[in-house]
Design a protein around this ligand. Structure first.
Ligand SMILES: Cc1cc2nc3c(=O)[nH]c(=O)nc-3n(C[C@H](O)[C@H](O)[C@H](O)COP(=O)(O)O)c2cc1C
Length: 139
């Protein structure tokens, strides 16, 4: 699994780097520059009253088949719109909200996200399971 982030002012980039250090060696990609190879956890932010940033939206339109889960950053003072990008992406692509964090997150957020990555790192995706379903052939 890779960590793919979108970040405008640096909070999400810092969060992704801290999670990678905590996990110990997982690759971190900037979606504005790089394309993932295989499954990834997306870390993004929330913009303009609970919206998904356009850059994240465009990236997911192309790469969503390999999306495993989403982390969104926001700011508590946005109230009901706090980190809402997480729910929007989770609903649209049927993936779990792994965390919603304020700014670049707390140490506890980093540990929780790192645990999720370690647990899911080698888990087969639902797609792989479907592809490998055994069917009887002629005897
Ligand atoms: C113009 C603007 C709109 C924002 N809108 C929201 C919002 O609707 N909900 C929210 O939780 N945070 C909102 N935020 C806060 C950012 O999502 C938050 O600061 C985030 O950590 C930014 O991540 P980045 O530093 O990686 O770009 C907004 C910030 C800006 C500058």
């Amino acid at each position: 699994m890779q960590l793919v982030f979108d970040s405008l002012t640096g909070n999400v980039r810092r969060l992704a780097d801290r999670v990678a250090r905590q996990v110990g060696g997982v690759e971190v990609l900037d979606l504005r520059r790089d394309a993932p190879r295989g499954h990834f956890l997306l870390l993004t932010y929330t913009f303009h009253r609970g919206a998904v940033p356009d850059s994240t939206r465009a990236f997911l339109a192309r790469h969503h088949p390999h999306l495993l889960g989403v982390v969104a950053s926001g700011s508590y003072h946005w109230g009901e719109h706090f980190a809402r990008a997480a729910e929007l992406i989770a609903t649209q692509y049927h993936v779990p909200v792994v965390a919603k964090v304020n700014k670049s997150g707390t140490d506890a957020d980093v540990i929780q996200i790192a645990r999720w990555v370690l647990t899911h790192q080698h888990a087969p995706s639902p797609l792989t399971l479907t592809e490998n379903v055994w069917t009887p052939g002629p005897n």
